[in-house]
Write a protein that binds this ligand. Structure first.
Ligand SMILES: Cc1cc2nc3c(=O)[nH]c(=O)nc-3n(C[C@H](O)[C@H](O)[C@H](O)COP(=O)(O)OP(=O)(O)OC[C@H]3O[C@@H](n4cnc5c(N)ncnc54)[C@H](O)[C@@H]3O)c2cc1C
Length: 385
């Protein structure tokens, strides 16, 4: 039988097996995100970090999982994100490794900067962060107010406030977006060492994705050496906000994969509790199963477009993120309704799925923002396939 499995199916099975190994950590991580640190050498984390580090910068490939022939990295990331999220989506976000900042590094770092960044991540399990959102600037990231100013001795100084930044309090290094002058081309990205004086990250209390430990960051004249400025070798239009968008777009299909994973976790939960469902419940569960299949197919389609660098890729990723974040919210809410009054108290796992689903709506662009992007793709006739 196993001889007839595709490479992607084998990858799915392996990640499912690895994810289940760390499943028991989930209830503890809800109370204490630091609990994850005991497991950070688990195979699923090593694989996730490995997939995010380009082969030429990897010290070793130690998980024994070769790339799937005929499939690109985005497709593999989507499968990984779905499988881990069916256990706990916070684990995808809370894992040590390049995270979203790796996307910024890929888009804007020169070879020396890449070498420095990736080598730091491989000395030991190391967290990173991606600092874009500010208290008054979420969806309108271009309005960001954090400043990057010359210090007079060839260095720069970073000052400002960021919000909702995952893993910042446990990260060693990250990428921060800041303004050197007014206007969209005045934004630059810099690599920041969190041990430097003037940098402070504080975890925020949250309802969902608690393991991700989203943080507030205060920066007061953090010194940035000139070699930590990303995109210095690139034209002005290829730095700053452009790099942030590249990074977010590259990870968006993975975010849709996470949403599919959450919906699947709720669906599987209903199947395991079929005896407790309200009348007509199984018909609803079958319909949910069909919607999940459709969401997964759209997500894989968007991932393959991203791997093929298709002109439609960004719009399809928006469509997938839009559709699946809604799917995760609808399915988790419906699952709670099908289990009747008190379900959130009696079924804490289901309660967690619903809280996590709400968080997916905000990460990497809200549904309204993706609806606007999709609309642009349609009117400009850039959405094919
Ligand atoms: C779990 C989690 C992890 C995160 N991790 C990070 C991270 O690592 N780094 C980071 O920088 N940020 C991170 N974020 C922040 C995230 O990127 C922002 O929450 C997101 O950009 C939305 O910004 P906001 O929360 O300020 O909401 P707002 O932008 O204020 O949006 C509020 C509402 O207004 C709507 N809206 C906004 N603009 C428009 C418009 N033009 N047209 C129509 N409707 C609009 C939105 O759809 C939404 O419903 C994270 C968030 C979460 C929940």
């Amino acid at each position: 039988m196993s001889g007839s499995k595709t490479g992607l199916e084998r990858l799915r099975e392996k990640i499912r097996e690895w994810s289940e190994e760390i499943g028991p950590i989930t209830p503890r991580m809800e109370r204490d995100p630091g609990a994850l640190e005991e497991f950070c050498d688990a195979a699923v984390f090593r694989y996730q970090a490995q997939l995010a580090i380009p082969p030429e910068y990897r010290v070793s490939d130690d998980t024994g999982m070769a790339p799937v022939p005929g499939e690109g990295m985005t497709v593999q990331r989507v499968v990984m994100a779905e499988e881990i999220s069916a256990v706990d989506p916070a684990i995808v976000l809370a894992a040590p490794g390049p995270s979203l900042s790796g996307g910024a590094i890929e888009a804007m770092a020169d070879p020396d900067q890449k070498k420095w960044f990736y080598s730091r991540l491989q000395e030991r399990p190391t967290w990173t962060f991606f600092g874009l959102t500010e208290p008054k600037h979420g969806s309108d990231a271009m309005g960001l107010e954090t400043t990057l100013t010359p210090s007079g001795d060839g260095h720069l100084e970073l000052s400002g406030t960021k919000r909702y930044v995952g893993n910042a309090a446990r990260a060693d290094v990250g990428v921060v977006f800041a303004r050197t002058r007014p206007g969209p081309l005045g934004v630059m990205a810099v690599m920041v060492d969190t041990a430097d004086p003037g940098f402070k990250a504080t975890p925020l209390p949250t309802l969902g994705m608690r393991g991700n430990q989203i943080c507030a960051i205060e920066m007061d004249r953090v010194r940035i050496p000139p070699e930590n400025v990303l995109g210095r070798h690139l034209p002005a239009s290829r730095r700053g906000i452009w790099g942030a968008l590249q990074s977010l777009s590259a990870f968006r299909p993975g975010m849709a994969g996470m949403a599919v994973g959450i919906a699947r976790a709720a669906h599987d939960y209903l199947l395991r509790h079929r005896g407790e469902l309200a009348a007509g419940g199984m018909e609803r569960v079958r319909e949910i199963g069909r919607r999940i299949e459709a969401g997964r197919a759209l997500t894989l389609h968007a991932a393959r477009a991203a791997d093929a660098r298709s002109e439609s890729a960004g719009y399809l990723a928006s469509a997938a993120k839009y559709r699946t974040s809604r799917l995760a919210e609808d399915v988790t809410r419906e699952a709670i309704a099908l289990l009747g009054p008190g379900a959130r108290l009696d079924h804490p796992d289901l309660d967690r799925y619903a809280r996590d689903a709400r968080a997916v709506e905000f990460m990497e662009g809200t549904r309204n923002v993706h609806r606007l992007n999709l609309f642009q793709g349609i009117v400009q006739r850039k959405l094919s396939g």
